[in-house]
Design a binder for this molecule. Sequence first.
Ligand code: NAP
Length: 294
Amino acid sequence: MIEKIHTLFFMKKIIFGTRQIGWPPSYKACPLEKAAEILSYSFQKGIRSFDSAPIYGNGKSEAILWDFISKNGLRDEVEIITKFGFSLEKNGTSIFDFRPAGIQKQLEESLSRLKTDYIDMYLLHIPQKTLNIGEILGTLNTLKREWKILSYGLCNTYGKQLQEFLAHRESHIEYIEDFYNILERKAEKLIFPYLQKQKFLAYGPLYRGFLTDIDIKILLEKQEDGIKRLLKHDGLPWLLRQRKILEEVAKRKNTSLEKLALEFLEKSDTVESIIFGTTNKEHLDIFLKNLKPS
Ligand SMILES: NC(=O)c1ccc[n+]([C@@H]2O[C@H](COP(=O)([O-])OP(=O)(O)OC[C@H]3O[C@@H](n4cnc5c(N)ncnc54)[C@H](OP(=O)(O)O)[C@@H]3O)[C@@H](O)[C@H]2O)c1
């Protein structure tokens, strides 16, 4: 049923990303009312899948998501994606924990914040260089047998490490989630060649807002430090040059930058789902309109 609704109007499944509604200081704090409103609006628009993580607002995004789902009695109608392995200390220090007991504890905490007894899709968030792959997969398989998670996968895992995960005899990996858009194409070399039956979920379709007609000064000012840091880290001068080139291509094709970026994902044979996050109803409308085949 969920799959049917997803594919009724769009070529790809659309997943609502909840990082923006729960992750200050990377994003400006989104007032609770506004968060509830945008979640409800995305549901009205046919979105049935929600991507979260314990790190988004240190649990706040998961809690807000649950509030919306429970108040509206929607647990059986929606798919919840959340993640493990990466969290923050109260003082902001990153913690990486992939031990079996650590994964079980993180799952229990997510289940308790989400007030549900199962997670539809449980993803390893940010891997470290050295991981005990067999131990991680064994733990995930146990959680699956216990019906605490229905499926699992990996985010941000590339090349040799990804191959090792997928080739492992314990692997029942169904999903791979990564940053992929018209500008950020490393997945084509480091992920796509290794996919077997796994579904690929692309996050960052608009490159953190960069692939829209927003004035860059406003984009940089509007978000708090996190987005500025991310864009600087990616090489702002390079991004600005690429954006200019894409703007010219869009102009020649008599289309917009955002539509050009979304058509690229829509035409991909590998992308199964697109994860989009916003705090703004109008931006969701523009996104959905641009994604619809014209
Ligand atoms: N697995 C992972 O490691 C991972 C990492 C990053 C993200 N994700 C997931 O992917 C989701 C989306 O990713 P993302 O934030 O990187 O990328 P994105 O969807 O490409 O961009 C979202 C940003 O663009 C802005 N935006 C959207 N439409 C706009 C418009 N028409 N004009 C101006 N600004 C616009 C939004 O701000 P407004 O709120 O102002 O609309 C938002 O901050 C996240 O919520 C999260 O669930 C997963």
